[in-house]
Write a protein that binds this ligand. Structure first.
Ligand code: XMP
Length: 525
């Protein structure tokens, strides 16, 4: 998104821009956009105090949008002392309204909101809109989503843009480095939104872009060395990108002090086991214990059909097998986990209902009393991929679609057997190969096959068949919290379907899942 050349320095303490979350859908997206501008960013709740911020010393603040009106009692507020800290601030949507409200401007419920693509008119030259290669007109397209409007800016602020419905669509006080926009520069529907954010960061707040994959790796390896010292670390590999990158990073930092454990549950994707051994033991030279535990998993799953019971059985057996392997590594002190930043943020929210019990390769094992090493806990998925690429991991691992801990076990509906697993692994490999061949692998979040517990009648070569149904699932998503079913081209679906039926004996019908999340989940169980 941002091809800007950046310096190669390694700042020990990178500048941090804190995104203050007022309950926005988009807080994570804002943080990602700031990072795309090569400035490190994290999210903090709006309950953060001025005292806490003064200690943390952020280089700038961005107030996110939020679902509420500043006039509603109980709507999210901010410690007003924060305005006295002289930290540059950008308010977005609700964040802008709150700045106006707090500093003596006026926010009104005009009865006319704006939603979606909206043209704004610029009034004067302004920091945010002076983007390189800006259109030669006073009009800009932006994405709006608000029902209250700022009708008067605070004293000392200049109105820089408006629409007929929003008299103050943007305002700024360059002396105090405080800016507000009613629209959402962080979403892709605001065509120059990223540049506007960069104007705030580079010009408004005077920051230098310096947070890069290389600088992250340099800082992270040093931190890992400090943490592990002369100790021994163990890491469970799943074949997925997160544990793979975590292992490669820790290996770069402490070399042979790391041993990886790969448990082949028999529920992996086709060829995944060999690929992991090849990538880690042979190419990266990482000490790797690979265990084939497929029979134990199939035995434990015999006759089991209830999804949560399956998940529990797979999760518990995994822990047991992992422990057996790890106990052979004498004196392990540290457990490496591929925890990502979204997991860190989400584990902070307590109110979510449990939909299914996730099992992660990292979710191991209480009794081992190992200290955790989580070198990716500040990163988003796309950043993890960039680190993996920089560390030389093969593309097939770096760009693999996410795969659930219980593997194909939760994509086979009903009883899991070795025969069904073989059928599904083959169908899944065809779906994966075809999405790759169509150049869409990186455009969709996940594509895979599901084997429901259904057989249907068909006709092949004038003969009646009674075979399995395979369902293709493909979704687009930013973070797996919500997802949309992917509008794959019909020709591609047709190719997948005819290959699956033509090449895999026992399957005679293919369907496509057109359910988004919500109301569905991405996986079927
Ligand atoms: P759902 O099905 O809940 O999945 O919409 C959201 C994302 O999480 C993945 N997933 C898992 N990942 N352990 C994991 O590490 C699990 O037990 C698990 N279950 C689902 C799923 O593939 C999707 O990306």
């Amino acid at each position: 998104m941002n091809p800007r050349p950046v310096p190669e320095q390694n700042p020990a303490q990178p500048d941090v821009v804190l995104v203050v979350d007022f309950g926005a859908q988009y807080a994570q997206l804002i943080a990602r956009r700031v990072r795309e501008a090569h400035i490190y960013s994290e999210i903090v709740p709006h309950s953060v105090t001025a005292k806490e911020l003064a200690k943390r010393k952020p280089a700038a603040l961005i107030f996110s949008g939020g679902p509420k009106s500043v006039h509603i009692e109980g709507s999210p507020r901010i410690d007003p002392e924060i305005y006295k800290l002289n930290i540059p601030i950008l308010g977005i949507c609700y964040g802008a309204q709150l700045i106006a409200h707090n500093l003596g401007g006026e926010v009104s419920h005009t009865g006319i909101g704006e939603y979606g693509r909206t043209p704004i008119t610029l009034h004067t030259s302004s920091t945010l809109f002076s983007v390189p290669d800006a259109p030669n007109s006073a009009q800009r397209q932006v994405w709006m989503s608000h029902f209250d409007s700022i009708t008067n800016p605070p004293k000392g602020f200049v109105v820089t843009a408006s629409t007929p419905q929003a008299p103050v669509a943007a305002f700024e006080n360059t002396q105090n480095q405080i800016f507000g926009v009613q629209f959402h520069p962080e979403v892709a529907h605001t065509p120059q939104g990223q540049q506007m954010l960069e104007q705030f960061l580079y010009k408004g707040a005077g920051l230098t872009p310096s947070w890069t994959t290389k600088s992250f790796i340099a800082t992270a390896t040093q931190q890992i060395r400090n943490q592990i010292g002369q100790g021994r670390a163990v890491c469970g590999l799943s074949g997925g990108v997160d544990s793979a990158v975590a292992a490669a990073l820790v290996h770069k930092a402490v070399g042979s002090q790391l041993t990886c454990v790969f448990v082949d549950t028999g529920l992996m994707r086709l060829g995944e086991g060999e690929q992991v051994v090849e990538a880690f033991r042979r190419s990266q030279g990482i000490d790797l214990i690979a265990l084939d535990a497929a029979e134990r998993f199939f035995e434990a799953l015999r006759g089991i059909t209830e999804p949560e019971t399956k998940r529990k059985i797979i999760g518990e057996l995994f822990v047991r097998v992992f422990e057996e392997a790890a106990s052979k590594i004498s004196g392990a002190d540290f457990l490496v986990q591929g925890t990502l930043y979204p997991d860190v943020i989400e584990s902070g929210s307590k109110s979510a209902a449990k939909i299914k019990s996730h099992h992660n390769v990292g979710g191991i094992p209480d009794e081992m009393s190992l200290s955790l090493v989580e070198p990716l806990r500040d990163l988003f998925k796309d950043e993890v991929r960039a680190v993996g690429t920089e560390l030389g991991l093969p593309e097939e691992i770096v760009w693999r679609h996410p795969f659930p801990g219980p593997g194909l076990g939760v994509r086979i509906i009903g009883e899991v057997t070795p025969e069904k697993t073989k059928l599904l692994a083959k169908a899944d490999a065809i779906v994966t190969a075809e999405i790759k061949a169509a150049g869409l692998e990186r455009k969709v979040w996940q594509t895979f096959a599901v084997l429901p517990d259904i057989r249907t009648v068909g006709v092949m070569g004038d003969e009646r068949t009674y075979g399995h149904l395979v369902v293709i699932r493909a979704v687009t998503s930013e973070d797996a919290m919500t997802a949309d079913w992917a509008r794959l081209p019909h020709e591609l679906l047709e190719k997948m379907s005819s290959r699956i039926i033509g090449e895999i004996e026992g399957i005679n019908r293919v369907a496509y899942d057109i359910t988004s999340k919500p109301p569905g989940t991405i996986e079927w169980e």
